[in-house]
Design a binder for this molecule. Structure first.
Ligand code: GLU
Length: 504
């Protein structure tokens, strides 16, 4: 059977980078196996719906190059791909479960349930749940009987449909990453599957749709592992055990330091993005950073996510999309949490950035900062070539204003340390060499400087730093010859003159 996987986000806010990793692993498996990658929007919980979130998810996937084969925008043979548009299907299966005795109507209000919980707490029992042990003390079709149940429903009483978890049974299933997983049903509660507003909950909708969409592998975050035994029971109850998809629960992404899951708060605290794209909260207006806006390449971002929980079994760390696709397998996904490192994220970007040709890099910079006018597009590749080795993120390539603006200030520390009594005289002489130089390439400029220090019998340290100071205002930066070649003879001479006026 050909592989069909799905990424099933709920549009409750921006997609966390962990969500992008889930999408990536699903996508890679589909591509590797020649299968199909489905995007399904799980929007049945209307109380948690956030406007703009679905568009955000799609845009994020698009930025990453994780294109769905089937989805709300792509269509496909198993649509619609938005759960709010599939309402009728779920009611049918909720009824089937009631009729077969796997589910029941419950009329308890939230207040009544709270009261039960309180009661249990006072009696010293802190983990009350609606389950096989407590069910018979509640207001539901199991305790009220068929007639009263029918009367209540006809009278418009709000209800939920709950799954009847069998008591004291071992649910055993195989997880592609964790191996055998066991849960005793006594820890599970009678989850709500359906509500009288006509909407299913996640559990019912998810299982029904995975079945309807012929999903072969459910690959999702570890936080869903405790739901898996319920899903296994649902497949059994619905008579779909023979087509139950394989499960693979991905390891958690851990904070850079300490215990626990990587959260948005860690990003705020340490100054790194946890979202692929910038997100502006529609209610608070608060803006959260995104990898795209911070100047990461999607290729590097994906490479970083690939390695957060998977390894190839070799030393290789850098992967093109083709290599990822060829090598990815669920067997090499790890069980234990994967620690996120913001430095490593930059490292991946740095490598990708430096692997690009000056032309491609220039193109990326212009796309990243379309309003940047400091350097014309034909000079952009030269600037990028000069700066690539000292840049990690795209904005680093635009952080050297002296390449297109004359310095107005000069680094005081360098001036104090390096500007000597004979500096003005030396620079004036060097100016003559520069004015006479024909080959104004990096190599030509370097050779000229070399000749100059030899002729004057001085060390490079006597002239290099002050020349840099005059040309850039700074104490450090890319190679002198590269800067000079980039600026051109005329500009170099003018900067020397202007600098001498100020410092000489
Ligand atoms: N809608 C769920 C989520 O938001 C999907 C979980 C799953 O893949 O089953 O993560």
């Amino acid at each position: 059977m050909s592989v069909r996987v799905r990424f099933a986000p709920s549009p409750t806010g921006p997609l966390h980078m962990g969500g992008v990793r889930t999408a990536l692993y699903n996508y890679l498996l589909a591509r590797k196996e020649g299968g199909v990658f489905v995007l399904r929007i799980e929007d049945t919980d209307q109380t948690r719906y956030v406007p703009g979130a679905e568009d955000y998810i799609k845009e994020a996937l698009q930025w990453c190059g994780i294109e769905p084969d089937e989805g709300p925008d792509q269509g496909g043979p198993f649509g619609p791909y938005r759960q709010s548009e599939r309402k009728d299907t779920y009611a049918r299966y909720a009824n089937q479960l009631i009729e077969s005795g796997w589910a029941y109507y419950a009329f308890d209000t939230a207040e009544e349930i709270d009261a039960k919980r309180e009661e249990a707490k006072e009696a010293g029992q802190h983990s009350w749940q609606y389950d096989a042990a407590t069910r018979m003390g509640m207001r539901n079709s199991e305790t009220l009987g068929a007639e009263e149940t029918a009367r209540l429903i006809e009278g418009g009483a709000p209800y939920t449909v709950r799954f009847k978890i069998p008591s004291s049974e071992e649910v055993v299933f195989h997880d592609e990453i964790r191996g055998e997983v066991r849960y005793n049903t006594d820890v599970l509660d009678d989850k709500v599957l359906f509500k009288s507003d006509g909407m299913p909950t996640y559990h019912l909708a998810n299982v029904v749709d995975d079945y309807a969409m012929k999903i072969t592998h459910v690959i999702r975050g570890e936080e869903w592992l405790p739901s898996a035994p319920l899903h296994v029971l649902l497949y059994r109850a619905l008579g779909w055990e023979d087509v139950r998809p394989k499960f693979a629960h991905l390891p958690l992404i851990l904070k850079p330091a300490g215990n626990g899951k990587l959260s948005k708060r860690d990003g705020d605290k340490f100054g790194f993005p946890v979202f692929p794209l910038q997100w502006k909260d529609p209610e608070s207006g608060e803006v959260a950073a995104g990898y795209r806006e911070d100047g990461y390449f999607p290729e590097a971002f994906l490479n970083m996510l690939l390695m957060l929980g998977w390894n190839p079994g070799t030393e290789q760390e850098l992967f093109s999309k083709e290599e990822m696709t060829a090598q990815f397998s669920l067997e090499r996904v790890v069980k234990s949490g994967a620690r996120f490192s913001p430095e490593k994220a930059k490292w991946f970007n740095e490598h990708y950035l430096r692997s690009l040709s000056p032309d491609d890099l220039a193109h990326a910079v212009m796309h990243f900062a379309p309003s940047f006018t400091g350097v014309s597009s034909d000079r952009m590749p030269a600037m990028c070539a000069m700066l690539a080795e000292r840049s990690s993120l795209l904005p680093d390539l635009l952080a050297h204003a002296y390449l297109y603006e004359r310095p107005t200030e000069y680094d005081e520390k360098t001036a104090r340390k390096k500007w000597k009594d004979n500096t003005t005289e030396l620079i004036t002489e060097l100016r003559g060499y520069i004015a006479g130089l024909d080959d104004f390439s990096e190599a030509g400029f370097d050779a000229m400087l070399q000749n100059f220090v030899q002729a004057k019998e001085i060390g490079f340290g006597t002239i290099g730093p002050v020349l840099r100071l005059l040309l850039t205002g700074a104490g450090g930066g890319p190679a002198m010859g590269a800067i000079a070649a980039f600026l051109g003879k005329e500009e170099v001479l003018e900067r020397i003159d202007a600098g001498l006026k100020k410092l000489g």
